[in-house]
Write a protein that binds this ligand. Sequence first.
Ligand SMILES: Cc1cc2nc3c(=O)[nH]c(=O)nc-3n(C[C@H](O)[C@H](O)[C@H](O)COP(=O)(O)OP(=O)(O)OC[C@H]3O[C@@H](n4cnc5c(N)ncnc54)[C@H](O)[C@@H]3O)c2cc1C
Length: 461
Amino acid sequence: MTAPPPSLWLATLPESLAGLEPAAPLSRDVTADVAIVGAGYTGLWTAWYLAQARPDLSIVVLEKEFAGFGASGRNGGWASALLPMSLASVAHDHGPEAALAQDAAMRASVDEVVARGRELGVGHLIAKGGTVTLARTPVQLERARADVAGEHALGLGEEQVRLLDADQARARLAATDVLGGTYTPDCAAIHPAALARALARGVQDAGVTLYEGTEVTALEPHRVTTPGGTVTADVVVRATEGYTAGLPGYERAVAPVYSLMIATEPLSDQVWERIGLAERETFSDYRHLIIYGQRTADGRMVFGGRGAPYHFGSATHPRFDSDATVFRLLQDTLVELFPSLADARITHRWGGALGIARDWEASVGLDSDTGLAWAGGYVGDGVTTTNLAGRTLRDLILGQDTELTALPWVGHRSHAWEPEPLRWLGVNAGLTTMRLADGEERLTRRSSLLARAMAPLTGGH
Ligand SMILES: Cc1cc2nc3c(=O)[nH]c(=O)nc-3n(C[C@H](O)[C@H](O)[C@H](O)COP(=O)(O)OP(=O)(O)OC[C@H]3O[C@@H](n4cnc5c(N)ncnc54)[C@H](O)[C@@H]3O)c2cc1C
């Protein structure tokens, strides 16, 4: 397999985690109570919470590459309270009370990730500084106002999300052209790979058996097949997110879309004084083609965005982690936001696949007839959501009715994606629309009609 470009995160793992021995692959038939396919956050949190609750259960995790190889080891490190579906759409489908319960569970999960991160020994790399989302055009400012008004109308308060005027926004993040923005305290900046690797160590310490270098070639009720042996289990958990289409029978369940990132060298204190992010707030703005950033614990600017194409047949491949045009665009956008970074050296460029369900809704569930469980479809909001998924899967697998299992995303089933070439056309049209919509708004100074028309394909609501 072609080696993907190393992410900043894998390259800057704390020594104790960088030196973890790889777990041996599965080389014989085994039986277990629970078999989990995929050692990203979904699989690892599920294993971790199950092992804490029931140390007597036999739990195995099967991972094609190594724990944290996927999006969990490479993301932007926003442990936010965001879901791919808006609060308004959850309220529309399930009622305002259910939507608020889901929202509260997400906000509590941010604190849970921070607390467990500390327990796992990576707390020094985490800061809960919230998120600032800038409005840099009048149209974006309208969108920011509408966002906050809509969320307040649904029952959130100023302590959850608030509007910032230009000075308040600039005081947090002095980008160019800032007209205002929004702020929520419910986000922590984390070191993604450190959390994933610490979790991998944590689950093994808790008695879970991790098999790395073990590709699952078939996932069926009570049975997981790999080249080295078969696992027979009461419950089988699918935790493969952006790579799900590689499993026979799941080709159309989740579409992989690539998000790419760049990182600067550590920046001087003077540069940070000019830019801000004093509390390590994560940041974005109200453009359509998503961008996201964080100030790392070692003083770098990490910045990412979508825009890389979707690949025919939901293909994933290490060479898709890298796209010179997108990397260049990201750097140009970064310098446009912060001209003082014009001469900052870009030391790392990387990317990874996130997973999108046909209706852009994340979900978690267990089919009690087949013993098949799943969680995913997080789009770019999986860091915290996987933690909620892990605790929810624990409760579902243990047969417990809890506050978590009553949340509206539990048991939701998304339709399958269209067969190719429709899927390729649809997903790429959605990505192109987001780019064009920003251009349209720059030209017309009105909210993009294109973005509204294409909302069903792009997760817009
Ligand atoms: C560049 C990027 C930036 C992002 N930024 C953020 C962010 O800032 N905040 C946020 O909330 N979310 C972000 N996300 C999304 C977030 O990272 C993911 O939603 C989350 O990590 C998903 O975790 P997971 O465990 O479900 O999937 P993954 O971490 O992708 O793990 C799936 C694992 O399954 C394994 N696997 C797949 N198929 C098989 C098989 N057949 N057999 C065995 N193993 C298999 C893979 O090797 C992989 O390790 C980002 C994603 C990307 C790519």
